[in-house]
Design a protein around this ligand. Structure first.
Ligand code: PRP
Length: 217
């Protein structure tokens, strides 16, 4: 492919983006512009290496990558599973580690055990549906929330929640606990399938360097 084509990265905003930039910097890919914390700029360019970076809301990252607006994306496994886009997941970056779990008050473990028709609140309705319907063969009603999901069982909206657990302190402080574990999560690199063909050398080179760097740690 032409030397002049920019390789574009879409990064999920927030902690993940900062860690990703640190990692990229450690393999020699830097973007000075992005370090200005006060900037409201959304897209950053590294002219020397013909790279572009932009920050997007996490759930939008797989969308940009699927449509080829970004060649490479970095986002949590939770988002990749929920969005279910046509992208290749090529590398586990190992940071942002947490777990997707079914949580609720201890006594509601019984409802899960007996496959009762329960209400499940989640920011991840796709993951919740897939888990209950396809893995547990349990019919449940899924209620989509946009945050502070722990409220669900507390205020009587739902019996359980499907949510991310990192340290477990949010659950603990709200009298909830992990009832079932769905899967481990962490930050992943995703690639557009067409980009992987037309920019195979450049993308492979970056992924290999990242993998080697992670193995050193
Ligand atoms: C996430 C998640 C839990 C919490 C888990 O929420 O949805 O609420 O973090 O972390 P912990 O196990 O370390 O307590 P986030 O802070 O992203 O906000 P949200 O509830 O608005 O989604």
């Amino acid at each position: 492919m032409s030397e002049n084509r920019y390789l574009t990265f879409a990064l999920g905003k927030g902690r993940l983006a900062n860690k990703t930039m640190d990692l990229l910097e450690s393999i020699g890919i830097t973007c000075e512009e992005m370090k200005d914390k006060d900037s409201r700029k959304l897209i950053f360019v590294n002219e020397e290496y013909k790279l572009k970076f932009f920050l997007a809301k996490g759930p939008d990252v797989p969308t940009y990558v699927e449509y080829g607006a970004a060649d490479i994306g970095v986002v949590g496994k939770d988002t990749i599973m929920e969005e279910n886009r046509n992208v290749y997941e090529v590398l586990d970056l190992g940071f942002g580690k947490c777990r997707m779990c079914v949580c609720g008050p201890a006594e509601n473990a019984e409802l899960l055990k007996h496959h009762e028709r329960i209400r499940v609140a989640s920011k991840y309705p796709g993951i919740a549906r897939d888990y209950f319907h396809n893995k547990k063969y349990q019919t449940v009603d899924i209620i989509k929330l946009n945050g502070s999901v722990e409220l669900g069982p507390i205020v009587g909206l739902s019996d359980v929640i499907v949510d991310i657990v990192e340290t477990g302190s949010t659950l603990k402080e709200n009298g909830l606990q992990i009832l079932e574990e769905i899967c481990p999560l962490s930050a992943r690199v995703i690639v557009n399938p067409v980009s992987l063909q037309i920019e195979n050398d450049r993308i492979k080179n970056i992924i290999t360097k990242l993998r080697e760097k992670l193995e050193e740690k």
